[in-house]
Design a protein around this ligand. Structure first.
Ligand code: OAD
Length: 258
């Protein structure tokens, strides 16, 4: 049987062919894109949920019942890690794709702010943001970097307890983020799915929305995921920090004067 063109070329070259012709690509990212920035993922080897039970420490009821424990077991460590984390070549590759006029929007499940720090200009924070805290009593916002951990749980000047502006299990996805994500997923020509285990809904429906609307799905992940056999047209097996620079190099070779 003769091999057709797409099965013969190397996957990264195939992805570069597709992306160099794309005009409205969208990325859906998960914890995996930040692993090479030193932020542990939630699932799999070294995952946070292997060490702690999310229903006991990451559910809104757990937080409201015992905010001090959730701050001590989860939020304090997150703040320490995120305070110093910096973007890696995976985040930088998405910025380059935007500057080349290929990528329009990043939908991220991450709350670490690294896409914005890298320079992506249109980032939908699907699960909210860790950059800010809100007071449970007066709703005042305080930058997480300004929060004093001497007192746990930290408190607002009004005495109310602070909570991060990312969602806990049991809370709704911010409405604007959900609606816009559905819109951009339905409108994109290529979706790049990077570093997500495809297990958390409704984020995991976005590649299906994109595919149903005719988009080509490229997945970057060192491991196969439930997306790989069900929705991905082209899986690129590897870490985002090593795949993205190779992909950008292959795309630039195809574009005039870049
Ligand atoms: P997970 O921790 O579930 O999955 C991380 C994925 O990243 C896995 O599929 C890994 O194989 C992959 N991965 C690991 N290293 C990588 C690398 N260097 N490059 C690319 N991929 C890599 O993270 P999410 O799918 O983002 O929710 O999890 C979704 C949600 O579950 C999170 O947003 C969080 C969590 O509970 C909330 O906080 C509400």
């Amino acid at each position: 049987m003769a091999l057709n063109h797409t099965t013969m070329i190397e996957p990264i070259e195939h992805a570069a062919d597709i992306l160099s012709k794309a005009k409205s690509a969208v990325a859906l990212t998960g914890a995996g894109i930040s692993v090479e920035s030193g932020i542990p993922p939630f699932r799999g080897k070294g995952g946070l949920w292997e060490k702690i039970d999310p229903m006991k420490v990451a559910h809104i009821d757990a937080f409201l019942d015992d905010p001090a424990t959730v701050w001590n077991v989860l939020i304090k460590d997150m703040k320490t890690v995120l305070d110093t984390a910096r973007p890696n070549p995976g985040h930088a590759g998405l910025v380059d794709l935007e500057r080349l006029g290929i990528l329009k929007t990043v939908i991220t499940q991450n709350v670490d702010g690294l896409h914005q720090m890298a320079g992506s200009s249109d980032v939908i924070e699907f699960h909210g943001s860790f950059a800010w805290q809100s007071c449970l009593d007066c709703n005042r916002s305080i930058e997480t970097s300004q929060v004093d951990l001497a007192q746990i749980p930290p408190r607002c000047s009004c005495g109310g307890i602070l909570r991060p502006d990312c969602i806990f299990f049991g809370e709704m996805i911010p409405r604007d983020a959900l609606v816009r994500s559905q819109q951009v997923s339905a409108a994109c020509d290529v979706m790049l799915v990077i570093g997500t285990s495809a297990t958390v809904q409704p984020a995991a429906t976005m590649p299906f929305i994109a595919k149903d609307s005719g988009a080509f799905i490229i997945e970057i992940n060192p491991e196969p995921t439930p997306f790989t056999s069900r929705v991905s047209d082209l899986p690129l097996l590897g870490g985002a920090g090593s795949i993205m620079p190779r992909l950008l190099k292959a795309i630039r070779r195809r574009l005039p004067s870049t």
